[in-house]
Design a protein around this ligand. Structure first.
Ligand code: SF4
Length: 236
C-alpha cells in the first residue's frame, strides 16, 4: 500500500506505467458510470424522457438521472437559457464536484437559436461556463442525444473532456462575461479561486481584473439561522 501511495497519479508526463494504467482504468470506469442532472431550460427537454425510457434506454450505457448537483457528473442544458435562469445554471455548475461535464442540447445553447435577437436570452452558453459537447438541432432527436452521450463517454475515457479545468484556469474570463451580463456585483457563494488552488489549476488567467472586482463586492456568507423549537413562534 505504501508503494502505491508513492505513485504519482496527478500531473502531466507521469512515467510510472502502473500509474498510467490506474489513470486509464479510472477514466474507463468514470465514463461508464455517469449521473446526469438535467436543467430543463427549454423545449429540448422533451426529448429526454424517450431517451431514458424503454425505447432508447440510456441507462444501458451506465447513464442515469441524478437529482442533486453534488452527486452529478454531467450538467445537461436542454435549450434556451434566459438571463435569470443562467444565474441558477452557473450556481448549479459550481456546486458540482470535479470532474464535471456540461452538454448543451439544442441550437439555442450554441448561438441563441430562434431567440438570437431576444433581449432576455443568453446567446452562447460557453461564454459563461465551459461546454464539453453541443448537440445541435431544434430539437435533437433521442438518437442524437444518445450519440452525443457516446461521444462524451469516448472523450472521458480518453481523458479529453477537461472543460472543468478550463473554468479554473481561465476563471477571470468566465467571470468577466458573467459580470458583463449580470452586473458588477455578481457573485456566487462558491470560492472558485480556493477550489482552483485545491486542484492545482490556479493559472495565469485565473486571477485578473474581474476577480479583483469580485473581491471588492463579495459579501461573506452568513450562517443560516436555525430554529428548532426556540423561536418566538414556539414561545407560549
Ligand atoms: S433549439 Fe428549438 S427546440 Fe431547442 S430550445 Fe431552442 S427553440 Fe426549443
Amino acid at each position: 500500500m505504501k508503494r502505491l501511495e508513492q505513485i504519482p497519479v496527478k500531473g502531466e508526463g507521469r512515467g510510472n506505467p502502473l500509474a498510467r494504467v490506474f489513470d486509464e482504468l479510472t477514466n474507463f470506469c468514470r465514463s461508464r458510470s455517469l449521473f446526469i442532472l438535467h436543467y430543463c431550460t427549454g423545449c429540448g427537454a422533451i426529448e429526454l424522457p424517450p431517451a431514458m425510457t424503454s425505447r432508447f434506454d440510456m441507462e444501458r450505457l451506465g447513464i442515469q438521472p441524478m437529482v442533486t448537483p453534488r452527486q452529478a457528473d454531467i450538467l445537461l442544458i436542454t435549450g434556451y437559457v434566459s438571463i435569470k435562469t443562467l444565474k441558477r445554471v452557473i450556481l448549479t455548475y459550481e456546486q458540482m464536484g470535479a470532474p464535471k461535464y456540461v452538454i448543451g442540447i439544442c441550437s439555442c445553447t450554441v448561438n441563441g437559436g430562434m431567440y438570437w435577437q431576444s433581449y432576455a436570452t443568453a446567446k452562447r452558453l460557453d461564454e459563461y461556463m465551459p461546454v464539453d459537447l453541443y448537440i445541435a438541432g431544434c430539437m435533437p432527436r433521442p438518437e442524437a442525444v444518445i450519440e452525443g452521450m457516446r461521444h462524451l463517454m469516448r472523450r472521458i475515457e480518453n481523458g479529453e473532456a477537461r472543460g472543468w479545468e478550463d473554468y479554473y484556469r481561465r476563471y477571470d474570463h468566465y467571470l468577466g462575461n458573467q459580470q458583463a451580463l449580470f452586473g458588477d456585483d455578481w457573485q456566487t457563494p462558491t470560492d472558485v479561486i480556493a477550489e482552483a488552488r485545491h486542484y492545482g489549476l490556479l493559472g495565469e488567467q485565473t486571477l485578473g481584473p474581474h476577480t479583483e472586482l469580485l473581491q471588492q463586492v463579495q459579501r461573506p456568507l452568513e450562517a443560516l439561522e436555525m430554529r428548532l423549537g426556540h423561536g418566538p413562534e414556539h414561545e407560549s
